[in-house]
Design a protein around this ligand. Structure first.
Ligand code: DAH
Length: 339
């Protein structure tokens, strides 16, 4: 019996199969109920007691060897079917999931698209700015509170170099270098020294628009604002302008749109007024034009500026501003369906 087991062990070691069917025939031959290995187990009871130990060990070894051999040939056939062991050089190494755009980028692009349809082109400027471009050129008086350390981040403790507090600085950069007609839209990040909470952050994003040409009037501004609001929030949107003050525009206004959640009827979001504020605007102050080398007797212009976070909140009702910069995939994934 020992000889029989040993010869079977040798046989199994060099076992081969050209097909899955041949492999199955091997399995039946050795391991099925009437298979050779099974038969040997059945004969085990006839083995004399003094040999039982040795034969038993050999029998177990044989059974394991047969099972292992058959399993490994089977695995080979299975891999061949999926092509996993073939080198396909065109195959992607691992699946790459499509990312999603950040909600602020989605809204920024939408704003840019709308103004592009009115002929505006994108202009950009640096985030680290100087006092002239952020304040002085824009008609901020020397003692204007926005220049205060409490609002502005200064760099290297110099009062001259700072992080821009608004994208209006890009207006100056463009007007200094070019003559009208100027029709630009300036998206970008701005910084203010605010305590971080659900409604304020030390950085956020703005879009600025500037149009300077001969005969630009407040009516042009109002028409652009109405067009923008209807494109952004729907054709039924109404706008309302309230007089306001900015150093760089005269006259200045703040614009409200009819609340897009309740349609103007009044709800918690619009504090039951039916209106929500979305931007500041006005006619470019002649002092600003002159500071940038543009003749204010020949040219007039309008400007407007809005916070992208604010518009995004109106569209998507994001309750906590901090979500925009936390990189939480669970938040970002919700914008998968947006364009
Ligand atoms: N720069 C203003 C701010 O940061 C926004 C603004 C208001 C921009 C009126 C303008 C404007 O161009 O005309 O709050």
């Amino acid at each position: 019996m020992i000889d029989k087991i040993k010869s079977l062990l040798e046989e199994i070691e060099i076992l081969k199969a050209a097909s899955i069917e041949e492999l199955e025939a091997h399995r039946i031959k050795y391991l099925s109920k009437k298979g050779e290995v099974t038969n040997l187990f059945n004969d085990f009871r006839n083995v004399p007691n003094e040999q039982k130990r040795e034969v038993g060990q050999l029998l177990n070894k044989l059974k394991d060897a047969a099972q292992d051999k058959i399993n490994s040939i089977k695995e080979y056939f299975e891999n061949q079917n999926t092509g996993a062991n073939e080198e396909d050089l065109t195959r992607t190494a691992y699946p790459i999931g499509l990312g999603t755009r950040h909600p602020l980028s989605i809204v920024k692009n939408e704003i840019i698209d709308i103004f592009a349809r009115l002929g505006f082109t994108i202009a950009e400027g640096p985030e680290i700015e100087d006092d002239w471009h952020v304040f002085s050129s824009l008609n901020f008086a020397d003692d204007h509170p926005a220049r205060d350390m409490q609002d502005t981040f200064f760099i290297q403790s110099s009062p001259e170099i700072l992080l821009r507090t608004h994208t209006s600085s890009v207006q100056t950069r463009v007007m200094e270098k070019s003559q009208p007609p100027i029709r630009i839209i300036c998206p970008g990040r701005v910084y203010r020294n605010e305590a971080i909470s659900y409604r304020a952050h030390c950085f956020f994003h703005q879009v600025e628009a500037l149009y300077v040409d001969k005969n630009v009037s407040f009516a042009d501004l109002k028409q652009a604002l109405l067009y923008f609001s209807k494109e952004m929030f729907g054709v039924d949107t109404k706008i309302r302008l309230r007089p306001s003050y900015f150093p760089f525009t005269e006259p200045s206004a703040e614009m409200d749109i009819s609340c897009n959640l309740c349609g103007g009827k009044g709800c918690q979001f619009c504090k039951h007024t039916g209106w929500v504020e979305i931007l500041g605007c006005g006619m470019v102050d002649p002092n600003v034009l002159e500071a940038c080398g543009i003749d204010s007797k020949v040219y007039t212009g309008y400007a407007l500026g809005m916070g992208i976070e604010r518009i995004t909140n109106l569209k998507y009702q994001v309750k906590d501003l901090r979500m925009f910069s936390e990189n939480d995939a669970r938040f970002l994934k919700q914008f998968e369906a947006a364009k």
